[in-house]
Design a binder for this molecule. Structure first.
Ligand code: PMT
Length: 402
C-alpha cells in the first residue's frame, strides 16, 4: 500500500536494534510517507542523527530546545501533526517511561501529548523481554490501546537466542500499511479460526504433537479483527504473547476438544479458517500412570482423530466460506487440491514444509492459493501479516461472498 500523505513520527530509542531504524525509515519514505524522527539521546550511541536525518529528509529532533536562542521543539504540535506515532526500537527504559507517564525527554513528552494511534516495536535481550516488569509494562501499553509489535525470535546481540529481536522493518511496514488501510471490509462478519497444534496425551507427562506456533493463525485473526470482523479463536496450546481481549478466545488441548468447540461455534459464523495443525492420530489409550522405561522397544497404538475441517465441511451452509491450509512435503499442489475437494473448502492455502522461511514457527510464509472456482494465486516469501492480508483479499472475491 502506498503511504503518500501519511505523517509518521518515528521514535528511536537506545537499543542495538536502532541500526534497523535506518532501513525502516527508507522503507517508509519509499512507500511515500512523511517521516519525522525523534531520538532519545541514548539512541545516539547506536546510530547517528545524521544518518536518520539524511534518510528521512528532515532534521532529527531529540531536545526540547532547538538551540541557545530559546526556540523549542513543540511537543504538542508534533503530537498533533502525526497520523501515527511509531516507536522502533522501543527500549525497556523508554517502555517503562511510557507505562508510568514519566516525562524527562522530548520523546516521552511527545508520547504523552500525541493524539494519534501509537505502535511500538520493543527490542531487548531475551531475559529482559521475559521479565515480569517488562511484560507488565507491555500489557499496560496494550491496555492504553497501543499496538505492540511483539519482538521476534532469533539470534540476539548478546549471543543468546530467543524472543527479543525487534520485528524486522519489512514486517513493521506491513503493520503500518494495514493500519492505514484500516478498512472495515469485514465489518458484520463472524469468523472462526482454528490455530496452533493439538496435543494428544500419552500418559500424565508425555504427549504427541507438532511444531505449530500459532503465528499464521494469529496473523489471520489480527487481520480480520483490524478489518472489522468479530473473531472466534479455538487455539491449541501456543506460547505466543497475544492480546486475547480483541477475540472470543478459546484454549483447547486435544483434537477432540478443538472439534467440540469448533462444532458449537460453526453455525454462528460466516467464515471458517482452519490453520490448526491438528494431530491426525492420538494414542488409543492414555496410560493412567507414567509409562515405565523397562523395555527396549515399546509400541503405541494410535487411533485416528476426528478431521475437524472434513466434518464441518459436511455441514457448510451455501453462503458460508471455508478456507483450509495444507502443509505438504511432496506432490504439493496435487495433494492440496485433493484436500480442497475432499474437505469442501472454497480456498486452500498451500505452504511447503520444505521452503526455507515458510510453514511452522517462522514469522514468514510463502504460499500458493487454490480455489474451488479454479483460481491459483502464488505469493512470494513475505511476513505472515502480509500473507494474512492476501488471504483476506482473496476471500472477498469468492463468489458466495455477500
Ligand atoms: O502455527 P505456525 O507455526 O505459524 O505454522 C503454520 C502452519 C504451518 C501450521 C499452517 O500454515 C498450516 O499449514 N496449517 C495446516 C497444517 C495441517 O495440518 O495441514 P493438513 O494438510 O494436515 O490438513 C489440511 C487441513 O485440514 C488444515 O486446514 C487442517 O487445519 C485441517 N485438519 C486436518 C486434520 C484434522 N484432523 N482436522 C483438521 O481440521
Amino acid at each position: 500500500m502506498n503511504l503518500t500523505g501519511k505523517k509518521i513520527l518515528l521514535g528511536v530509542t537506545g537499543s542495538i536494534a536502532a541500526y534497523k531504524a535506518a532501513h525502516l525509515t527508507r522503507l517508509l519514505i519509499k512507500s511515500g510517507a512523511e517521516v519525522q524522527i525523534i531520538m532519545s539521546t541514548s539512541a545516539f550511541d547506536f546510530i547517528t542523527p545524521l544518518t536518520l536525518a539524511t534518510l528521512s529528509k528532515r532534521p532529527v529532533l531529540s531536545q526540547f530546545k532547538k538551540d541557545e536562542t530559546g526556540e523549542w521543539n513543540n511537543h504538542v504540535e508534533l503530537g498533533l501533526w502525526a497520523d501515527l506515532f511509531l516507536v522502533a526500537p522501543l527500549s525497556a527504559n523508554t517502555l517503562a517511561k511510557f507505562a508510568l507517564g514519566i516525562c524527562d525527554n522530548l520523546l516521552a513528552a511527545v508520547y504523552l501529548s500525541a493524539r494519534c494511534p501509537v505502535m511500538v516495536a520493543p527490542a531487548m535481550d531475551l531475559d529482559m523481554y521475559q521479565h515480569p516488569a517488562v511484560q507488565s509494562n507491555l500489557n499496560l501499553l496494550e491496555g492504553f490501546g497501543h499496538e505492540v509489535l511483539h519482538a521476534e525470535s532469533g539470534e540476539l546481540a548478546s549471543g543468546l537466542s530467543g524472543q527479543g529481536r525487534m520485528m524486522e522493518p519489512e514486517h513493521i511496514l506491513g503493520y503500518v500499511q494495514s493500519f492505514f488501510k484500516g478498512n472495515d471490509d469485514f465489518k458484520g462478519k463472524k469468523v472462526l479460526i482454528t490455530m496452533g497444534p493439538t496435543v494428544e496425551a500419552l500418559d500424565p507427562v508425555r504427549f504427541i504433537s507438532n511444531h505449530s506456533s500459532g503465528k499464521m493463525g494469529m496473523a489471520i485473526a489480527e487481520e480480520f479483527s483490524k478489518r472489522g470482523a468479530e473473531v472466534f479463536v479455538v487455539s491449541g496450546p501456543i506460547a505466543l504473547k497475544v492480546s486475547k481481549e480483541k477475540f472470543h478466545w478459546n484454549s483447547v488441548t486435544s483434537a477432540d476438544e478443538m472439534y467440540g468447540l469448533a462444532a458449537v461455534l460453526h453455525p454462528k459464523v460466516d467464515i471458517c479458517i482452519f490453520t490448526a495443525a491438528v494431530a491426525d492420530y492420538a494414542p488409543a489409550q492414555i496410560a493412567p500412570e507414567k509409562i515405565k522405561k523397562d523395555s527396549a522397544l515399546i509400541s503405541i497404538s494410535l487411533r485416528k482423530n476426528v478431521d475437524i475441517a472434513l466434518e464441518l465441511g459436511k455441514m457448510k451452509r451455501v453462503n458460508q466460506i471455508h478456507v483450509g491450509f495444507a502443509l505438504e512435503t511432496e506432490n504439493e499442489a496435487a495433494n492440496a487440491k485433493a484436500k480442497l475437494r475432499k474437505k469442501n473448502f472454497d480456498l486452500i492455502v498451500l505452504n511447503s514444509a520444505k521452503v526455507e522461511g515458510a510453514g511452522f514457527k517462522v514469522d514468514t510464509n510463502q504460499v500458493e492459493l487454490f480455489g474451488a472456482d479454479g483460481r491459483s494465486v502464488h505469493s512470494e516469501l513475505a511476513s505472515k501479516t502480509t500473507i494474512a492480508a492476501l488471504i483476506l483479499d482473496q476471500i472477498k472475491t469468492i463468489p458466495v461472498w455477500v
